[in-house]
Design a binder for this molecule. Structure first.
Ligand code: TYD
Length: 212
């Protein structure tokens, strides 16, 4: 069961270099035009709160034990939910987050090999509500593409952070875990074939049916 709020929660996901950052701002503007009576809140993970942004700095730079990394990701997420996401959804706002829990399954689980059982526990711990429901995005837009295409794109544009320095095999495992999560919850996920041109991807996003 997914938690019921008057607002609407959308997450953007994908391996580094898949192109989600290219589209997220335009998508937020589009949502604001489509739903002028609902404020759109744009946020990101890890981050989204002052504490979360401090944790982001550590998470993206400092090497650390895998369990520590997962716990800090979920600690930042708990703060993000409590301070930003839940109050906004309760007030009927549209929340758009650049990454959420699927990224922990994909990177800490798929990529680095933390057990999915432990991640399920953390997800329930952090997103579980008193009535037993799990707070999940209403919609997750997953930019999917092969690891090698993403790697070629990344190398052109920026200096890599800790995760972006990982090898192709790591990103293939991240991708597979994203796809496993998508298969497990097909109603929540919208898959974008991120090998398409930016124009084609944008046309697809504009045509997306939002169930709000
Ligand atoms: P990203 O969202 O790609 O931001 P930017 O475009 O500024 O690089 O970077 C966040 C990184 O954090 C990305 O490599 C994935 C990683 N990450 C995890 O490993 N686990 C998580 O739970 C989250 C939210 C992100």
């Amino acid at each position: 069961m997914t938690a019921n709020f008057p607002g609407y929660f959308i997450s953007f996901e994908g391996i580094d270099g898949a192109g989600k950052s290219t589209h997220i701002d335009a998508f937020c503007k589009l949502m604001q035009e489509c739903y002028p009576n609902h404020e759109v809140v744009v946020t990101r993970e890890p981050g989204g709160t002052p504490l979360g942004e401090q944790l982001r700095g550590l998470l993206l730079d400092a090497p650390m034990n895998l369990e520590t990394e997962a716990l800090l990701m979920f600690a930042a997420r708990r703060e993000h939910l409590a301070q930003v996401i839940e109050p906004a959804l309760a007030a009927g706002k549209i929340v758009i987050s650049d990454r959420f829990t699927d990224a922990s399954f994909a990177y800490q689980g798929g990529g680095r090999g933390l057990s999915i059982a432990k991640l399920n526990d953390l997800e329930r711990w952090v997103q579980g509500r008193e009535d037993g429901a799990l707070l999940q995005p209403n919609l997750t837009i997953l930019f999917d593409l092969p690891g090698e295409v993403a790697e070629a794109r990344r190398s052109k544009v920026r200096a890599p952070d800790k995760f972006e320095k990982m090898d192709l095999n790591f990103f293939e495992k991240v991708r597979q875990e994203y796809l496993r999560r998508a298969k497990e919850d097909p109603q929540r996920f919208h898959l974008v074939d991120a090998t398409q041109t930016p124009e084609a991807i944008w046309n697809g996003l504009q045509a997306l049916k939002i169930n709000f």
